[in-house]
Design a protein around this ligand. Structure first.
Ligand SMILES: Cc1ncc(COP(=O)(O)O)c(C=O)c1O
Length: 373
């Protein structure tokens, strides 16, 4: 079966390690195993981990602790997999069948878009739009995209690439649209917990409707992409369907990942990790904001609500791919073009890593912009 190239992932795979300034990352400075263990865990316990197979769904303790982050969920609602990307893939594989329709929020991490086209041939898009400094859900498009044939409605909240968090009214509109036609609602919440202003994680879709699947993991808000831990939280019938497929892909998480995930999701440790992430996003954002503002109205953007990313539309007579290629080729800076999120003239900027280095990269971007201006 045909599958489209996942363009952003391929671009990052090709270039992130070859450029001097990688500003294409969407996470935060990764934790070390030492940071994660903290003062109370004996590193020897970790070193003595027996590298056998863990339980296929993830250990009971890991699943229980993940479930605690989703009010009303229990360990039986959780399965642990290899990254948020495997969680998304197994979920859409389990839920979509030929002839179904798939409604997909854009902009988004475009894995769902590509998988939708793979499994059912097309995706029905509804959008967030940037209006007067805010991202807003286009409810008319939502109404049009979700029809009687829709089997799955998929959103990313907090959103990649905009950092938008859906308002209560927007969440309700999406739940109502799915409920009206009996569709599954799949919410990729991998940036939940990385809020810039709030001290609490943004609300989850879990518990708002009986056909909700949450996909998430430790790669973004938790700063541990190298651990490759993801999960789905779902009604047991959906977990069974996902598990069947997991047996055909990677069988289980790794023993090391499962053990470390249990530590990360212990409630006090979890809040410490998310506090660290929020500290990073809060300290870094004003610098990127200052840089964007210093361009005399060239960029239109909204302050991100969560996540170490923002998306800025620009007013220049050049397409986003061409601009991003130029910036990479001439200045060795990697950014992500709007095209790769289903948008047009815009750029996603990551600000969760070394901010001084990031600012130097942005000074290089200025060189390109100056020559174009
Ligand atoms: C919204 C979203 N979901 C999933 C993923 C993939 O996560 P992982 O690295 O845990 O597979 C990403 C990575 O950028 C993402 O932005």
């Amino acid at each position: 079966m045909r599958i489209d190239l996942f363009e952003m992932e391929r671009m990052q795979a090709l270039y992130w390690h070859r450029v001097e300034y990688d500003l294409s990352e969407s996470g935060v400075l990764p934790l070390t195993i030492r940071d994660l263990l903290g003062e109370t865990q004996d590193p020897e316990d970790f070193v003595r981990t027996k590298l056998g197979y863990p339980l296929s769904e993830g250990s009971e303790v890991t699943r229980e602790r993940i479930a605690q982050w989703y009010p009303g969920a229990g360990a039986e609602n959780v399965t642990v997999v290899n990254g948020g990307s495997e969680a998304n893939h197994l979920t859409l594989w389990a839920l979509l069948e030929p002839g179904d329709r798939f409604a997909f929020m854009v902009p988004n991490y475009m894995q769902g878009w590509g998988l939708g086209r793979h499994y059912v041939g097309s995706t029905d898009v509804f959008r967030l739009k940037l209006r007067e400094g805010r991202w807003i859900l286009d409810r008319e498009e939502l109404e049009r995209a979700v029809t009687g044939q829709t089997k799955v409605v998929m959103v990313c909240n907090p959103n990649n690439p905009t950092g938008h968090v859906l308002t209560e009214q927007e969440m309700s509109a999406i739940v109502d649209a799915a409920r009206k036609v009996g569709a599954w609602l799949v919410a990729d919440e991998i940036y939940r917990g990385a809020e810039l202003d709030a001290d609490e994680a943004s609300p989850t879709f879990w518990g708002r409707y009986d056909k909700v699947v949450i996909t998430s993991g430790l790669s973004k808000a938790f700063g541990m992409p190298g651990l490759r831990v993801g999960w789905t939280v779902a009604p047991r019938e959906a977990i069974e369907d996902i598990w069947i497929r997991h047996d055909y892909t990677t069988l289980s998480p790794s023993m090391v990942s499962d053990n470390l995930a249990a530590i990360a999701m212990e409630p006090a440790r979890r809040e410490w990790i998310l506090g660290r992430t929020r500290g990073i996003t809060r300290a870094h954002w004003p610098l990127l904001d200052g840089w964007l503002r210093s361009h005399d109205g060239l960029f239109t953007y909204a302050r991100p609500v969560a996540g170490a990313i923002t998306y800025a539309e620009y007013d220049l007579p050049v397409g986003s791919r061409e601009l991003i290629d130029r910036i990479r080729e001439e200045q060795s800076v990697l950014l992500v073009p709007g095209d790769m999120f289903g948008l047009g003239k815009g750029i996603r900027f990551g600000f969760g890593f070394d901010i001084e280095h990031t600012m130097k990269g942005l000074a290089r971007v200025d060189e390109v912009l100056r020559r174009m201006g």
